[in-house]
Design a protein around this ligand. Structure first.
Ligand code: HSE
Length: 426
């Protein structure tokens, strides 16, 4: 009988415990040889398991020649990077859910893995339980990808959905989500778009087979979105979503960014609500496909991690050289990332102005002067202090022209405030 592939598991937090339970209950083709966990009190959750299975010393996994797959589920850069590096140098394949690590240090780790003839699989790093890495690497590899638009963060999608349903402010909903344990105590990485930024950069690297410098990816969160914007978006036929966007450009640069967008209600991705994630992929010849499902959580994420483990275990049993589609490939080039100022978008702009003659005229003139073609301009209501709320919707315009127009509006004495600027999905 073939010997079971032995794995080392680092971390039994939410995802790690899901992986452990899934392997123990569902899988008989691999065996967890050792589990490293710095907080050994977590071991009490598993009284049925031999305590000798657990250690607080990761080196016991890294230096064990029987362990063929090292599964990293602690997250963050340090010490995960060093542990993975050592495991690769000891010729272990890697499975990880660590989006931050892959987005920030993937290039080094993938190169090191190539040099050591091992692979790094990271299906769980993007959109938790949704299979998207392997489909992009394999099933969709015949395509020239033109656009990826993803709802890649469940926390922010939950907050936006609640704001829409309850008319509540961002701050109120965030607090409620934290109280219920849906949002982290420190929600910065989610609400500022950093988490979605890592995932978007990873998708871009796969779609275009290039290295993406995460620092060049524009990231804007949802903390400036108000129920007023959500209400107007709804009136105009849109929902507001935090979108990770990847587009290729004629000039060979790649447009990679994360920011809120008005998404037309007749796009199926606009109907992905609550904590769910979705990824829309457009390309030739497939045209358009959408993947949706749970983007986080113990068992959905474990589904992707264990899928990677089994994929590798099958390969290790039959070949010395894992499938090329699992590999990074030699000589992957660095992508040229388009500066947000050079991108072309449609825009929603909300302005508070004095209720005096000539305001609409001035706004139109400012747009015209900055080469912005208006799709519509509408005065929505007069506020209690007598000022007027005005919404502008533009046709396609260059971001730097729109930024200049916003500056010009802010300097106009009839304009009290430019409250928000949100890009509109085409
Ligand atoms: N915090 C993320 C989310 C899940 O809310 O979707 C892990 O990336």
């Amino acid at each position: 009988m073939e010997r079971k592939i032995q794995i080392g598991l680092l971390g039994v937090g939410t995802v790690g415990s899901g992986v452990l339970e899934t392997v123990l209950n569902n899988i008989d083709t691999v065996e967890i040889k050792k589990i490293a966990e710095k907080d050994l009190s977590k071991v009490k959750q598993y009284p049925e398991l031999s305590q000798s299975l657990f250690t607080d010393n990761v080196q016991e996994l890294i230096n064990d020649p029987d362990i063929k797959i090292f599964v990293e589920l602690i997250g963050g850069i340090n010490p995960a990077f060093d542990f993975i590096k050592q495991a690769i140098q000891n010729k272990k394949h890697i499975v990880t859910a660590n989006k931050e690590l892959i987005a920030k240090r993937g290039k080094e780790l993938f190169q090191l893995a190539e040099e050591n003839n091992v692979v790094i699989l990271y299906e769980a790093a993007v959109a938790g339980g949704i299979p998207i890495i392997m489909p992009l690497k394999q099933s969709l590899s015949a395509n020239k990808i033109t656009r990826i638009a993803g709802i890649l963060n469940g926390t922010t999608n939950y907050i936006l959905t609640k704001m829409e349903q309850e008319g509540a402010s961002f701050e109120e909903v965030l607090k409620e989500a934290q109280n219920k344990g849906y949002a982290e105590a420190d929600p910065t990485a989610d609400v500022k778009g950093y988490d979605a930024g890592y995932k978007t950069a990873i998708l871009a690297s796969l779609a275009f087979n290039k290295n993406i410098d995460i620092n060049s990816v524009y990231k804007e969160g949802i903390d400036r979105i108000s129920p007023v914007d959500i209400g107007y978006a709804n009136e105009f036929g849109y929902k507001i979503k935090l979108i990770g966007l990847v587009q290729n450009d004629e000039d060979e640069s790649i447009d990679v960014r994360v920011h809120p967008m008005l998404v037309p209600k007749d796009y199926s991705i606009s109907r992905i609500d609550g904590v769910l994630n979705a990824i829309l992929i457009e390309g030739h010849p497939v045209k358009r496909v959408m993947f949706s499902g749970p983007g986080a959580g113990k068992f959905p994420t474990a589904s992707s991690v264990v899928g990677d483990i089994l994929c590798l275990a099958n390969e290790i049993n039959v070949a010395d050289y894992p499938l090329p589609m699992m590999r990074f490939g030699k000589n992957r080039k660095d992508a040229k990332i388009k500066d947000i100022k050079e991108t072309i978008n449609k825009y929603y702009i909300r302005v508070t102005a004095l209720n005096t003659p000539g305001v609409i005229g001035d706004l139109g003139t400012i747009c015209g002067k900055n080469s912005i073609n208006l799709h519509g301009i509408v005065q929505k209501e007069i506020l209690e202090d007598g000022s007027a709320r005005i919404i502008l919707l533009t046709e396609l315009a260059k971001e730097k022209d729109v930024q200049q127009a916003v500056k010009d509006m802010a300097e106009n004495p009839k304009i009290k405030e430019v409250n928000n600027l949100i890009r509109v999905m085409e």
